[in-house]
Ligand binder design. Structure first.
Ligand code: GLC
Ligand code: GLC
Length: 651
């Protein structure tokens, strides 16, 4: 859009631009800047317009984008152009992801490069490598306390290793996802050290206070994220002689985005990583970017403006790079991270579907899909060109973050239902074989979250100990059922490392003083590659899970209606144990797939009349996973305990 004020500022900026920038061939840069500048200007103005140095900061912003464009390698510029043309590239069903810790998966970056064939064997072609940047020794929140955003942790390798990894992944058509921890730095970051030394310029990078007055006001409305290990949201720093805001751990200092210098630094870091060949950037803890007294300091309007601005600026320099929002928040809030008042995504293109994740765990515990159906029904529709990351487990805990109203609509009482779930997954009932651990227990609010590996949560560990083959097989069915959901729901399925080979809880974190207070470490394993080799030995747990997943992934990639164009219809059926939805083509084709999942351990029936035209002709259905017709009895589809189908019409 052409708008006079913005345009005249842009003219001024371009006139003043440094000669080393203006001498370059910046054709594509200028077209993109022209297209986005109106939006960039108005967002920057909303956030920082009342500052006397506004124009100077705007100049720095544009120069930052230009410098990073100049440094962008030619092959990445070509990818930008190709993705600008094929702009729905990330919505395709061909992507299947995995999240991992480099150290736990392969020791270091060189080891990871040697294991790339493992992803290809399974069919994974999008890999999220969790933080590998320099962080404090000892406690570092699993790398999420960064001490230098451009330096790799020497224990995992060097920047060159990252470049080589990115290059080799590209040759294999595997996307690389890395984190940028935008909300905070570690207390040993240069900025924090400067702030500690009394430099006011850097104290303004954080929220620091001489007295408890303001912190106390904030505390009245701010929840605690890690109530057991890091109660409160502020930490007294002896050296600085000031309080500093630390929402997560006391060594993670929250950045102050009301200072434009912080925004520009972070944009520069994002573009730095874009230029290293990263395809997708995971922006960590984005809900927390803006702090306001009297609020929870999450999901504030300005946090969204910051993300929109980051997106608009990134599009100018590196339009081929997309963002993942890590916002583990209520369903009505999470949807806003794609952008508000828009048709197509304008903030982050991808967001974690924590709602679906938590709802599936509810279905596992209750053995019925009532809350799952209700919760999905209430999940707002996404924007276009936006997609979910659908996952079962990740490196964090399981938060029971579904809506209380949905719980009530299912005739449960919210707090006792949540208590039931925590008790179930921590194995408090005789019929629960889950081996989860409580996480983030908050005595004041009664909230508790859950840690534990997928296999241990669904009962593999218990069944192995009892030597109960039937129970082992049931637990494996459940693992496959859950993957059957994330692979077909719509969005990018994100597997968690270790889950494809049934990795159990790892208690060794208890011996490490820096980890023992944080039960999330129980599900951050080191892969035992000898054990992993059993994935090729028929009859083993590893084989049963891995070979079935491999097949499901291969099938998913061939099913076009699994691409995510908001082409899903939830189908409500009478049988409460079933979760049923249809996937269809938006255009010409009549192709459609009916997904039917049974969360109970006993066989269930689905009256095909319940599903209308989705049922096709009885007897004409075929399950894409097994390649067989499902059993039909008296016009009803029979679904075995913990079974699921991807049904289509026989050709
Ligand atoms: C994100 C990470 C989590 C970390 C937190 C603070 O939520 O996923 O592991 O503890 O941010 O950085
Ligand atoms: C909270 C935060 C999320 C973080 C998690 C770590 O859920 O919202 O960002 O990953 O805590 O446990």
């Amino acid at each position: 859009m052409y708008e006079q004020v913005a345009h005249s500022l842009l003219n001024d900026i371009l006139n003043r631009i440094k000669p080393e920038i203006s001498r370059q061939d910046l054709r594509h840069f200028y077209t993109r800047l022209g297209a986005n500048f109106y939006a960039i200007h108005s967002l920057f103005d909303k956030l920082y317009g009342d500052r006397p140095d506004f124009n100077k900061q705007a100049q720095r912003l544009v120069e930052t984008m230009a410098r990073k464009y100049i440094k962008r390698p030619e092959n990445l510029r070509e990818i930008d152009l190709a993705r600008e043309k094929d702009y729905n590239w990330f919505l395709s069903q061909k992507w299947v992801g995995m999240a991992l810790y480099c150290t736990g998966f392969a020791g270091n970056l060189a080891g990871l490069r040697e294991r790339l064939h493992y992803f290809q064997e399974l069919g994974v072609n999008l890999v999220h490598v969790m933080p590998i940047m320099l962080c404090p020794e000892g406690s570092s929140d699993g790398g999420y306390a960064v001490s230098d955003f451009r330096e790799i942790d020497p224990l995992v390798g060097t920047l060159e290793d990252v470049n080589r990894l990115a290059e080799e992944m590209r040759q294999r058509d595997i996307l690389l996802v890395l984190d940028v921890v935008v909300n905070h730095t570690s207390n040993s970051h240069y900025w924090a050290q400067q702030a500690r030394a009394g430099n006011p310029l850097y104290q303004d990078y954080y929220y620091t206070f001489e007295t408890r007055n303001v912190p106390d006001m904030f505390e009245q409305s701010m929840p605690e994220i890690f109530p057991e290990t890091a109660p409160g949201n502020f930490t007294w720093d002896e050296e600085m002689g000031r309080w500093v805001m630390t929402v997560f751990n006391d060594y993670q200092w929250d950045l102050n985005y009301s200072n434009p210098a912080v925004f520009i630094e972070m944009l520069n870091i994002i573009l730095f990583w874009a230029n290293q060949g990263v395809d997708i950037l995971r922006l960590d803890a984005v809900a927390f970017l803006w702090k306001k007294i009297g609020s929870t300091c999450q999901n504030e309007r300005e946090a969204h403006l910051i993300l929109q601005l980051l997106k608009d600026c990134c599009q100018v320099t590196a339009p081929g790079v997309v963002f993942i929002a890590e916002a583990i928040v209520a369903p009505v809030e999470v949807i806003k991270y794609f952008g508000e008042d828009a048709i197509i995504a304008k903030e982050c293109e991808i967001a974690y579907n924590a709602t679906f994740m938590a709802l599936m765990w509810d279905a596992v515990a209750t053995k019925n899909a009532r809350l799952l159906n209700q919760g999905i029904k209430s999940l707002p529709v996404k924007l276009e060109r936006a997609t979910w990351l659908n996952y079962i487990r990740g490196h964090d805990d399981i938060g029971l973050g579904f809506d209380d109203r949905d719980i009530v609509l299912c005739d449960y009482e919210p707090s006792s239902h949540r208590k039931f779930l925590v008790d179930y997954f921590t194995g408090q009932f005789s019929d629960s074989h889950a081996r989860g651990l409580p996480f983030g227990q908050n005595r004041k609010t009664g909230d508790t979250r859950i840690s534990g590996s997928l296999a241990s949560l669904v009962g593999v560990e218990h069944a192995l100990e009892c030597g109960d083959d039937q129970a082992i097989d049931d637990a494996i069915k459940l693992i496959l059922l859950l993957h059957g959901m994330i692979l077909s729901f719509g969005g990018i399925p994100l597997l968690y490392y270790g889950d494809a080979i049934g990795t159990l809880n790892d208690d060794s974190y208890r011996d490490d003083p820096h980890k023992k207070g944080d039960s999330r470490w129980v599900h951050r394993p080191s892969i035992d590659w000898d054990k992993a080799a059993r994935r090729n030995t028929p009859g083993t747990v590893e084989y049963k899970i891995f070979s079935a997943l491999k097949r499901m992934i291969a099938v998913r990639k061939e099913v076009e209606v699994f691409a995510d164009f908001n082409n899903r219809e939830l189908i409500e059926v009478e049988n409460p144990h079933l979760f049923v939805f249809g996937r269809y083509h938006l255009s010409q084709s009549s192709e459609q797939v009916l997904v039917v999942a049974n969360f109970s351990n006993t066989p269930q029936y689905l009256n095909l009349e319940d599903v209308g035209s989705w049922g096709a002709q009885y007897g004409q259905l075929v399950d894409l996973v097994k390649g067989e017709s499902p059993d039909i009895f008296k016009n009803s589809l029979v679904i075995p305990g913990y079974g699921f189908y991807w049904l289509t019409e026989k050709k």
